[in-house]
Each structure stands twice: as structure tokens, then as C-alpha cells.
Design a protein around this ligand. Structure first.
Ligand code: GDP
Ligand code: MG
Length: 440
């Protein structure tokens, strides 16, 4: 993920004390590459980097103990803002029914999404939508929507494929008034490419149905193409929102970023699979985390906030930075980490956790913590403060005193080194969490 790439750059700067503008530049280069790799539009990336850089240079990033975390935080916030910030809701017309037109290229997922949206409106908002089969060009399209209707036990309006889509829309609206449907979802035809025929027809339906919402359905897997499609549809038709489908695939979500930035219309829903219940309201912040590969950083920060005393954390932070961390600090930190919950779970929430878990010598088994405590308690003060004096005879003595084996002691000393690295990262995150709340 992007967070890991940034971490790599950070490792190079770590220990320098202060971070220079050049360092931030280097981090920004990583961000730029990662975004381009994720298929974000070039122009969007350029503007984005400029904004982040401006903030990073202006903020106290250089002075901060955790400049990397600060930069990641800024990147995360800007990514979220780029995708619209807040979650964007579907329109509700002041007078029923609310008319929603589903548009997009062939295969983008319009028909499937029409069914999903009907299901969502009923389940989550207690609405009673009518689905309208207005794609008369694909022989199977009408049938496909009718099948979805049967499956959901929800009404589908169709007039076969010999009536014009505009006529179908007109009749459907009349029907919806009769039946008191509060939403009308019009599933329109697509083409393989944007063409004037298609746009002309969609425009006619728009003129007649006066939709409250024109949702453009785009396939997230198509990356840059999705952006071009969105631009054309928006220019010609004026879309009010986007549904990004097939986000369950391995797409990095670059399209999501660019679509919003280029069309300035919010992404309202995300398709997460082929099934009717696999539609989710789109959350910009979650998408930003996904692009960053950050894991559930916010949850981790919240946990850390409630468990670590700020002054003590600062002191530990300083010690870690200056490499003064002792086995006593280690024990204390271990206790705090344990209070935060199962270590495995914590690791899962951390960026780069995969890599850390791969470390052979870091065993984060709760049971082992007891043993670790016994070993550390068998050390003298000098040993705890300077592990480098732990020669063979000292190690043998400690093993005896703690009722463990020499291998156990050796392993812990090795772990100590590796855990120090991990603690340093975790402490950085805690600092960041503390800063966020400010007052507390
Ligand atoms: P339309 O031509 O725009 O109406 O597209 P369809 O609704 O017929 O969908 C085209 C294909 O994409 C179908 O096989 C759908 O099952 C599939 N599809 C639609 N949305 C999603 C999604 O969110 N995830 C996945 N994996 N497949 C989807
Ligand atoms: Mg269709």
C-alpha cells in the first residue's frame, strides 16, 4: 500500500532528527507514483500533490516527532476531500415519486445496480420503488430486470422492445402514480462507446421524466476510461451522482478519485459484487484508507488514545528515538499494548502489518508475554538498561532465575530489538492520535 511506500522513504530519513523540504519532496514523489499506479488521472495527481505539499510544508511537519505519520495524515485527509469528503446521499423529491435515471456504458452494471438500488431503498429506507425496463436494444435486458424483480419480489414495469424508451418512461411514471411508488428507477440502454445516438435518446428520456437524480454507473475496473466516460456523460447529460461498480475486484480505486475530481459529482454508491445486496453507500474516508493501504488506522488511534498516558508516551517516544529504551520501558509498553486488545488484532489494523507479521522473531502471542515478564524481572538494573552487556553467563543466570531456557532468553533479547522498531511505529501512531484530540 501507499502507507508502506511512505514508510520506506521514512526509514531513510529516520534518525536525522529533523525532516527537510527535500525529504517531503521525496515522500511526495512516492505518493505521486502510487497514485499514478492506482490509475488516478495525471492532472488530478498533479493538483493533489501540490495541495499536499503546500500543507506539509506549511504545517509543523518538520518539527514533528512523527513527520511520516503527519504526511500520511495529510494525504489521507486530502484524498478523502478529493472524493467528496462526506458521504453523499441519494435525492428525495419534495413530491413523490423521486425519479432516478440509471445511465452508463454497456456492461457497466446499470441493470444489476437498478435491482440493488431498489433493494437498498426498500430495506434501508422503507421505500417502495418501481423499476423500469427502458433498455429495448439488448434482447436479454428486459428479461434480466424482470428476473431481478421476481427475485426481490418487487415490481418491474416493461412494455417489451417495440415501444420507444421515452414512451416506456411516460407510461411508467403514470403507473407509479397509480400504484403510489415513491421511487422510479429507469434502467436505460448503454452502448459500447459514448455516441450521439445514445446521448440523444437519454436526453429525450431526461426531458420527459425530469429525473431528480441521474446516476452514472461506471465500472471501477476500467480505470482511466471510466474518467473519460464520466466526463462525456456529464457534459452532455449533466449527471448528479456516480455509482462505482465492481469495486470488489482488485482495482486500487484510482478511478474513484479521478471521477469525482473531474466531474465534480459525488460518488454515491459502490457495487461490491454481483448479488442484489452487494451495494454500499460510498464512504470517501474508507476509500482513502483503501487507496493508502492504511488498514483501519482510525480505530487503532482511538484505541491508543484511551490507553496511553500522554506524558509517558512522549517520554517513551523520546527514548525510542534516542535509542535509550530499556527492558523496563519495554515491559511497560508491552502491558499497555496488551490493554489495547489482542495483539494480532492490533497488528491487523496497522499499516504495513503484513510485513511486521512476517518478522520471524516477533512472536505476539499473549501467553508469551508472561514469560517475557519473568525473564525481564530476572535481569539486573544494568542489564535492563543496556542489553549489550548480556553475555553468555548472564543469559544463563537469567534463564535459571526466570525458569526458562537460554533459548528463550536469547529469543527475547533478539525480539527486544525487533519490538523496539515496532513500538516506535506504534508510539508514532499514538502521538498522532493524541494530537488529533488536542484538548484531552
Ligand atoms: P449493464 O449493461 O450496464 O446493465 O450491466 P449489467 O447490470 O448487465 O452488469 C454487467 C455484468 O457486471 C454482470 O455480469 C453483473 O453481474 C456484473 N456486475 C455488476 N455490478 C457488479 C459489481 O459490483 N461487482 C461485480 N463483481 N460484478 C458486477
Ligand atoms: Mg442493462
Amino acid at each position: 500500500g501507499l502507507a508502506e511506500r511512505l514508510q520506506g522513504t521514512l526509514n531513510k530519513i529516520r534518525g536525522k532528527g529533523k525532516v527537510s523540504e527535500q525529504d517531503v519532496k521525496e515522500m511526495m514523489r512516492e505518493v505521486r507514483l502510487a497514485l499514478l499506479e492506482a490509475d488516478v488521472n495525471f492532472k488530478v495527481v498533479k493538483d493533489f500533490i501540490a495541495r499536499v505539499k503546500e500543507r506539509a510544508v506549511g504545517a509543523d511537519v518538520f518539527e514533528s516527532l512523527t513527520p511520516g505519520q503527519q504526511v500520511i495524515k495529510i494525504v489521507n485527509e486530502e484524498l478523502t476531500a478529493l472524493m467528496g469528503g462526506e458521504q453523499s446521499k441519494i435525492a428525495v423529491a419534495p413530491k413523490s415519486p423521486t425519479v432516478v435515471m440509471m445511465v452508463g456504458l454497456q456492461g457497466a452494471g446499470k441493470t444489476t445496480t437498478t435491482g440493488k438500488l431498489a433493494n437498498h431503498l426498500r430495506k434501508k429506507h422503507n421505500r417502495n420503488p418501481l423499476m423500469v425496463a427502458a433498455d429495448i436494444y439488448r434482447p436479454a435486458a428486459i428479461k434480466q430486470l424482470e428476473t431481478l424483480g421476481k427475485q426481490l419480489n418487487m415490481p418491474v414495469f416493461s412494455m417489451g422492445d417495440q415501444v420507444s424508451p421515452v414512451e416506456i418512461a411516460r407510461e411508467a411514471l403514470a403507473k407509479a402514480k397509480e400504484e403510489h411508488n415513491d421511487y422510479v428507477l429507469i434502467d436505460t440502454a448503454g452502448r459500447l462507446h459514448v455516441d450521439e445516438d445514445l446521448m440523444g435518446e437519454l436526453d429525450e428520456i431526461k426531458e420527459l421524466a425530469k429525473p431528480d437524480e441521474i446516476l452514472l454507473v461506471v465500472d471501477a475496473m476500467t480505470g482511466q476510461d471510466a474518467v473519460n466516460v464520466a466526463e462525456s456523460f456529464n457534459e452532455r447529460l449533466g449527471i448528479t451522482g456516480v455509482v462505482l461498480t465492481k469495486l470488489d475486484g482488485d482495482t486500487r480505486g484510482g478511478a474513484a478519485l479521478s471521477v469525482k475530481a473531474v466531474t465534480d459529482t459525488p460518488i454515491k454508491f459502490a457495487g461490491m459484487g454481483e448479488k442484489v445486496d452487494q451495494l454500499e453507500p460510498f464512504h470517501p474516508d474508507r476509500m482513502a484508507s483503501r487507496i493508502l493501504g492504511m488498514g483501519d488506522v482510525l480505530t487503532l488511534i482511538e484505541k491508543a488514545q484511551t490507553n496511553v498516558d500522554e506524558a509517558r508516551a512522549k517520554e517513551l517516544e523520546r527514548k525510542m528515538r534516542t535509542n535509550e529504551l530499556t527492558f523496563d520501558d519495554f515491559l511497560e509498553q508491552l502491558g499497555q499494548v496488551r490493554n489495547m486488545g489482542p495483539l494480532d488484532e492490533l497488528l491487523n489494523m496497522m499499516p504495513g502489518a503484513g510485513k511486521m507479521k512476517g518478522l520471524k522473531n516477533v512472536q505476539v502471542d499473549d501467553k508469551q508475554i508472561g514469560q517475557i515478564e519473568a525473564i525481564v524481572r530476572s535481569m539486573t538494573k544494568a542489564e535492563k538498561e543496556d542489553p549489550s552487556i548480556l553475555n553468555a553467563s548472564r543469559r544463563r543466570r537469567i534463564a535459571k532465575g526466570s525458569g526458562t531456557s537460554i533459548q528463550d532468553v536469547n529469543r527475547l533479547i533478539k525480539q527486544f530489538g525487533e519490538m523496539k522498531k515496532m513500538m516506535k511505529q506504534m508510539s508514532g501512531m499514538q502521538q498522532k492520535g493524541k494530537k488529533k484530540k488536542g484538548g484531552l
